[in-house]
Design a protein around this ligand. Structure first.
Ligand SMILES: [Zn+2]
Length: 110
């Protein structure tokens, strides 16, 4: 995938998530602890809009796009990364929005 199409994909995902978001829950894992404003697209790569994310997800995601981060977690060498991925998969198992679809796509196809 080109960098540009990845960018538009992320914008569409963000649009969908923000529209239906609950600002007190982490959009990635559903935690309500230590919620921070997280740049859905990395600030250093042009992202401006934020979504609520717990501190653990925010720190782990860092400057990755959601797709890059999920791949990193799924194939991570650290148990804590794979545990986070499992938690995210579980939280998004029935979700209808684009972020949930991205999670399940990576779970099933990569
Ligand atoms: Zn989280």
């Amino acid at each position: 995938m080109s960098r540009l199409s990845g960018f538009f994909e992320a914008i569409l995902e963000l649009w969908d998530i923000v529209d239906s978001s609950n600002r007190t829950l982490c959009v990635y894992c559903g935690s309500h602890k230590l919620i921070e404003e997280e740049h859905f697209l990395p600030k250093c790569r042009g992202g401006a809009t934020t979504v609520p994310a717990c501190r653990k997800c925010n720190r782990s995601k860092s400057s990755k796009t959601p797709r890059e981060w999920f791949m990193y977690l799924k194939y991570g060498s650290r148990p804590s990364d794979r545990e986070r991925w499992e938690r995210i998969v579980w939280y998004h198992r029935w979700g209808r929005n684009n972020l949930s679809q991205l999670v399940r796509d990576i779970r099933d196809n990569y």
